[in-house]
Design a binder for this molecule. Structure first.
Ligand code: GLN
Length: 451
């Protein structure tokens, strides 16, 4: 049924870069066979899933939205992909994304944009617009995304879906094509909070292949949803992110959701987080710095594309020609920014200062979580904007991430879930909750209560 749905609507939505119909049907038949033979599976066995193209998949193309990886077939599965397969889930294919997960609209994909199923002229968010759109368009019931600065949560906000960035280290990054290693985290994109919890229960856990993977076991997130109760839960509203800069309808839905939680026994507290205003500036130095280093491996020798200048060339010339042809403009912009920020003489002024701001953001979180159990913010300042609207203005594109970035800088978990439609444009609005590191279950408790 999902393959039929993809065939019917993906021409217009373009959520997928690759659909593996044959592999999906074979995997489904295999689960049936193993079940008939008496093998027992968890609750998501037999459920199809879409996989963001940032995760490598054995035998399936994995491009991260870039020309430089066109045609590359990885020899192994990323750990989260291996885990969903082991749980009996059925990977349907790979979803579209901004090139190397750089963007908030999926327009930076080298393979053309994804369209928001709510209004095909609008962006589905980014970088994981393909995963969110596939779930919103009923092409897949669940999807995997990656969130470095909001790429799971912001697409969820603009497509009326649920997106979770788990605690940094909860889900293995092994086989996730790295954008910024200290910020990247894999997580669920779904239609309900319970679905997200069930998926997080499948993909979270220690992996010796990722040195930042948390070794301790996790409680069941699905149980947290089933037992959801906000009586006595203290919810902090971050003053800096509840401002005039937020679209009226996004703000009114946010406050309605808070009022509902209050009626159910939650206590709403105002929180001051002064460093959050500098989080974007710090992120857009730290991310390009890490990305410029991570992307150095796309050198024409080891993976994918190789462009040889006419008449041949030195290794260096081949490398330069390949990177010139293989990377899009946003990727080049960030490699140049990152290389500059890390260069001798500038390191302290840029990267060093950004790291200090990162510490201040972490301290703001620590101070806030001494007073409240979770924080609440609008997930992003506006509903889905029009395709093309911000493409030529990188700064206004970056400003979308104001509410999502602090969580990545501090490594704390965040969820975005639907809070209704904005009255002025009828488009989906998300509400975000943030919890202390390793307290992901609190997000599922509050999210479950609101759903
Ligand atoms: N919009 C952010 C960026 O462009 C988010 C990226 C992400 O989470 N992968 O960097």
């Amino acid at each position: 049924a999902h393959l039929d749905r993809i065939a019917a609507v993906d021409g217009a939505v373009h959520a997928f870069l690759h659909v593996d119909a044959e592999g999906a049907l074979a995997a489904a038949a295999d689960v049936d066979r193993r079940r008939a033979a008496g093998e027992s599976f968890g609750p998501l066995a037999g459920v199809p899933i879409a996989v963001k193209d940032v995760l490598v998949t054995e035998g399936m193309p994995s491009t991260a939205g870039s020309r430089i990886l066109e045609g590359w077939i990885p020899p192994y599965d990323a750990t989260p992909v291996r885990l969903v397969r082991e749980a009996g889930m059925i990977p349907l294919g790979k979803t579209n994304m901004d090139e190397f997960a750089m963007g908030s609209s999926t327009e930076h994909s080298a393979y053309g944009p994804t369209h928001n199923p709510w209004d095909l002229d609008r962006i589905p968010g980014g970088s994981g617009g393909g995963s969110a759109a596939s779930v919103a368009a009923f092409e897949a019931p669940l999807a995997l995304g990656s969130d470095t600065g909001g790429s799971i949560r912001q697409p969820a906000h603009v497509t009326g879906t649920v997106g979770v960035k788990p605690t940094y280290g909860a889900v293995s990054r092994y086989g996730s094509i790295a954008l910024a290693s200290s910020l990247d985290q894999i997580g669920p994109v779904t239609r309900t909070v319970l679905d997200a919890a069930l998926l997080q229960d499948v993909i979270a856990g220690h992996d010796p292949h990722d040195s930042t993977s948390i070794a301790e076991p996790w409680p069941s997130m699905a149980d947290a949803v089933r037992r959801a109760d906000v009586a006595g839960v203290r919810i902090g509203v971050v003053k800096q992110l509840d401002s005039d800069g937020v679209q009226a309808g996004v703000r009114s839905r946010f406050h309605e959701a808070l009022a509902l939680l209050e009626r159910n026994g939650a206590e709403i507290v105002e929180i001051d987080a002064p460093s959050f205003e500098y989080a974007i500036a710090a992120y857009y130095l730290i991310l390009p710095a890490e990305a410029s280093s991570n992307l150095a491996k796309f050198d024409s020798v080891r993976f994918g594309l190789r462009v040889t200048p006419e008449g041949g060339g030195t290794v260096e010339q081949v490398m330069a020609a390949t990177r010139e042809a293989g990377f899009g403009p946003e990727v080049k912009r960030r490699i140049i920014l990152g290389t500059y920020a890390l260069s001798a003489g500038y390191y302290d002024a840029y990267y060093g200062s950004a790291q200090k701001v990162r510490t201040l953001v972490q301290r703001d979180f620590d101070a806030a979580f001494a007073k409240v159990d979770v924080l609440a913010t609008p997930t992003a300042p506006t509903t889905a904007f029009k395709l093309g609207e911000k493409l030529d203005d990188p700064l206004s594109m970056y400003l979308n991430d104001v509410a999502t970035i602090p969580a990545n800088l501090a490594g704390v978990p965040g969820i975005s879930l639907p809070a209704g439609l904005a009255p002025e444009d009828g488009l989906p609005v998300g509400i975000q909750f943030l919890a202390p590191a390793r307290q992901d279950a609190r997000l599922y408790n509050v999210g479950g209560a609101l759903e």
